[in-house]
Design a protein around this ligand. Structure first.
Ligand SMILES: [Zn+2]
Ligand SMILES: [Zn+2]
Length: 600
């Protein structure tokens, strides 16, 4: 696959950043320009303005950019000496600083060299504007479709010169740019869809969760409807796991600091943990990982090869530090529940067990109609020394994963630097309806924790052996997973997951008793049902429940009361008409039990 940096889109966006700077300097001759790189979906440029631009300024600049593009200007590159460069950018202090870096290289505050001196200094000129730049750009502005870009200005925090809060805050103007007008429209449509599906908005509208400042940032509270959704997922996965030979366990939310010293999570993960808590003369850590607790459960008994594999599963809540700026609804939180399990296996069992774990994850995703995913094998970054364990063990673990993938006929990519610090892993990356990628389930092979905890089993030869450990979590975390599900389905959950599966809507108050009677029958059949006994017209109620994405609306009037029927209206607005109550129950239960997406 072509790297983004080598693509035409990258050159278009990079070139547009220059064109935007040119137009902006015409509007604000006293503005100082900082840097303007291409980014995902577009580009930006950071400016130091005498006064912030208005909506009108932005419109003017956008119009002017189109004009410049239609002038068919070449992007002309020239190599210059440092002296020349300093003359050209004499009134641009940020550029002068960048020139110094190109000449001298750059060291950070600790004196570490973070950039080598540049071999040469190049400038690019289009029309009447020259920028200090390495390129690449399009050859001529006519390669850029003036209808395929737009710029926006929204005040953003953190646009500091060089990303350093101690420096001056700059103003970042964003642009999005595409090869064609159709692509731009498609992008804007996806953006709008993403806003509409944003799990924070949908979560509020459907009453799924809230975040209370008094409880704390990044600590979502599950409301009754959200808890039903979460609990349905949890109970289902628990049952699937028990069928597959997993044993549920439960462990506390804190652990002695020495437990994490033994596992290596402390101090390795120190930056993402909360400070230890002092209790009498012991120190405890809020649990950042469930693995160490599970290792001690494994160790609580003498194990023989006949006991293995031991598969310990727990919906274990963990706490990790995230910067407050990084927190986001359910998808970036400070406390979350992992659908965790640790498998302790003999080296001979590793391949089969790994394959079974992957099969279980595939089954889970397929049941949820999440079908568009790819696999990524994360291996060590050969340049880094942050990993623990011997080369031989790493090689064994990596080979086991690759072999399992091949045997499953799964297509996958291998990516360096994506491993955990204790072992390589297999991640499932899911693409949602908007083609956005989310990392979901992960499976990791670990030879290190069994070593650190001195875990053993007695082999057939009566000797002590070391088990291998597999860490796995199909959802990753329940919080994040539900957040992704909300966005993927836009709140239109499959019926089996819907907090309210059917709502009874009486045509008038005369039909209210009948509606309640039917609701009781449906509840007895195991369905989640509500009766809408609010004031208001039936048509308005239907509209409201469609907006709440309730799968089935059961309208009941005179005819239904006479014939013991309900009139089924789907949230897709399809009207299936009247059917006897027991027939409806059979239909609904079939949809729920098969986890079907049809007829709702
Ligand atoms: Zn450039
Ligand atoms: Zn683990």
């Amino acid at each position: 696959m072509e790297r983004y940096e080598d693509s035409k889109l990258y050159r278009i966006r990079h070139s547009l950043a220059h064109v935007m700077a040119e137009a902006m300097l015409e509007r604000f001759p006293d503005a100082k320009i900082a840097i303007g790189p291409p980014i995902e979906d577009g580009f930006y440029y950071d400016f130091d303005f005498p006064q912030p631009p208005t909506e009108e300024d932005i419109k003017w600049v956008e119009k002017r950019m189109k004009k410049i593009l239609s002038g068919n200007h070449d992007f002309v590159v020239r190599e210059v000496t440092p002296e020349e460069a300093r003359q050209i950018f004499a009134d641009q202090p940020y550029k002068l600083e960048l020139i110094d870096d190109l000449v001298n290289g750059r060291v950070d505050e600790n004196g570490q060299q973070i950039a080598q001196p540049a071999e040469k200094i190049t400038i690019y000129t289009q029309n009447k504007f020259t920028d200090l730049c390495r390129g690449p750009h399009v050859a001529n502005t006519k390669e850029i479709d003036p209808k395929a870009f737009s710029i926006t200005f929204k005040p953003v925090a953190g646009a500091y010169w060089r990303g350093d809060e101690k420096n001056k805050q700059l103003t970042r103007v964003y642009g999005t740019a595409w090869e064609s007008e159709a692509d731009l429209k498609d992008y804007l449509h996806r953006l709008e869809e993403a806003r509409r599906r944003d799990h924070r908005n949908v979560g509020e509208k459907l009453g799924l969760f809230v975040i209370s400042p008094l409880v704390g940032k990044g600590l979502p509270l599950w409301l009754p409807k959200g808890a039903i959704l979460r609990d349905t997922l949890e109970r289902w996965l628990r049952d699937v796991q028990i069928e597959n030979g997993y044993s549920p366990v439960v462990t506390p939310h804190i652990g002695n600091l020495n437990l994490y010293r033994t596992s290596g999570h402390y101090p390795y993960y120190k930056d993402s943990q909360y400070s230890p808590i002092q209790v009498d003369d012991e120190e405890f850590l809020l649990k950042p990982m469930n693995c160490p607790h599970h290792c001690m459960i494994y160790k609580s008994a003498m194990r023989s090869y006949r006991d293995l594999p031991v598969r310990l599963a727990e919906f274990g809540t963990v706490y990790r530090y995230e910067q407050s700026g990084e927190l986001h609804g359910l998808t970036r939180v400070r406390g979350f529940t992992v659908d965790d399990a640790h498998l302790y296996v003999t080296p001979e069992q590793l391949l089969d067990e790994f394959i079974n774990v992957v099969k279980l994850i595939q089954y889970v995703f397929n049941s949820l109609s999440l079908t568009d995913f790819r696999a990524r094998v994360g291996i060590r970054d050969p340049q880094s020394d942050k990993y623990v364990g011997s080369d031989t063990l790493w090689e064994q673990a990596t080979q086991a994963i690759l072999q399992a993938c091949d045997q499953l006929g799964m297509s996958y990519t291998v990516e360096e630097g994506e491993a955990a610090f204790y072992g390589p892993k297999l991640d499932f990356i899911f693409r949602d309806v908007l083609k956005r990628e989310w990392q979901l389930g992960t499976v990791q092979v670990d030879y290190n924790l069994p070593e650190r905890f001195d875990l053993e089993y007695i082999g057939e030869d009566n000797q002590r052996h070391r088990p291998v450990m597999i860490h796995r979590a199909p959802f990753g975390s329940l919080e994040r997973f539900v957040g992704i599900l909300i966005e993927h389905f836009g709140g239109e959950f499959p019926m089996w997951l819907s907090p309210v599966q059917a709502v009874l809507i009486p045509v008038s108050d005369n039909h209210l008793d009948y509606a309640r009677q039917v609701a009781t029958q449906l509840k007895q059949a195991g369905m989640r049902v509500e009766v809408d006994d609010s004031k208001g017209r039936m048509t308005k109620k239907i509209r409201q429940h469609r907006e709440l994405h309730t799968p089935h609306m059961l309208i009941v009037g005179d005819r239904d009361m006479e014939n013991n029927t309900v009139s089924l209206r789907l949230r897709s607005d399809e009207d299936l008409g009247a059917m006897p109550i027991d027939e409806y129950i059979r239909l609904a239960k079939h949809i729920i039990e098969t986890k079907s997406l049809a007829l709702q």
